[in-house]
Design a protein around this ligand. Structure first.
Ligand code: B1M
Length: 213
């Protein structure tokens, strides 16, 4: 990794929200690729997660690191998410009940949007019933995308998918799931149609699910 990206990683991990956007811009100006800047920041969040696990930092520090990363992503957004030219249909996305993590979900939303979908983002801590209501408000939705970032919210993901699976409209939608603790096996076990590991593959899978790839 270049010295510039090292510096970016360090400042994201330290939660320097005011400095990070400038560092991202500097790295881009120096020829670093947007995707490398993004992966550097994701790597920094892994470091933050490890420090948290080892009791070296606590929730407030994790939160300010997340804010710093969000500021950095704002700079990258226009570069990563080029305006979609197709109208691929609607995707409803949200992080499941009890789970407040949104950076990964936001990246997935951004990549899916850039693949030409209209994204309806329900935010974080979404009650299971809200996914059903959102579909009823948008009956032309093609994909429901659900994130869970904690092992403790995997049951909420299971329950939300079960509720969607019980709906009359189930045949009209595809259900995609993801998030760090989720696996393809778990996705299959709970009755989702697709699992992907990261935001870029989520966008590719969404296109595939609606027959555009
Ligand atoms: Co929390 N947290 N956190 N946290 N946090 C983790 C997830 C943790 C792994 C840290 C650790 O201990 N190493 C750990 C979970 C452990 C576990 O589940 N076993 C953890 C914990 C324990 C907690 C709390 C319980 C801490 C506490 O209060 N004691 C608490 C829970 C709060 C709650 O949700 N109810 C908590 C709180 C928080 C903050 C609020 C402080 C903050 C979130 C702020 C925010 O999101 N706005 C936070 C943060 C920042 C983290 C870490 C450090 C970073 C998360 C992140 O943004 N990663 C995280 C450690 C880590 O991830 N390394 C950690 C970067 C992001 C790009 O990755 O979210 O994985 P990710 O998304 C990826 C993929 O997963 C995938 O694509 C994304 C992009 O490539 N993906 C999908 C995601 N959704 C997808 C959907 C798809 C497909 C792919 O299809 C639909």
């Amino acid at each position: 990794m270049s010295a510039m990206l090292d510096e970016l990683a360090a400042k994201v991990a330290a939660g320097k929200a005011k400095i990070v956007p400038g560092l991202v811009q500097e790295a881009l100006d120096a020829g670093e690729k947007p995707v490398d800047c993004l992966n550097t920041m994701i790597g920094a969040m892994d470091v933050v997660g490890e420090r948290f696990k080892n009791n070296e930092i606590f929730v407030p520090e994790m939160l300010i690191a997340a804010k710093a990363m969000k500021k950095g992503v704002e700079v990258l957004k226009p570069l990563l998410a080029e305006e979609g030219t197709t109208n691929a249909g609607k995707v409803i996305i949200g992080t499941v009940a009890g789970d407040l993590h949104d950076i990964g979900k936001n990246l997935v939303a951004m990549m899916i949007e850039s693949a030409g979908f209209e994204v309806i983002d329900l935010g974080v801590d979404v009650p299971h019933e809200r996914f059903v209501e959102a579909y009823k408000e948008n009956p032309d939705t093609k994909i429901m995308a659900l994130s869970a970032l904690l092992t403790t919210t995997m049951p909420a993901l299971r329950d939300a998918v079960a509720l969607l699976n019980a709906q009359d409209f189930r045949g009209n939608i595809k259900i995609m799931v993801g998030g760090a603790p989720i696996t393809a096996e778990f996705a299959k076990e709970i009755g989702a149609d697709a699992y992907t590991e990261d935001a870029a593959s989520a966008a590719a899978k969404a296109k595939e699910l609606v027959g555009l790839a």
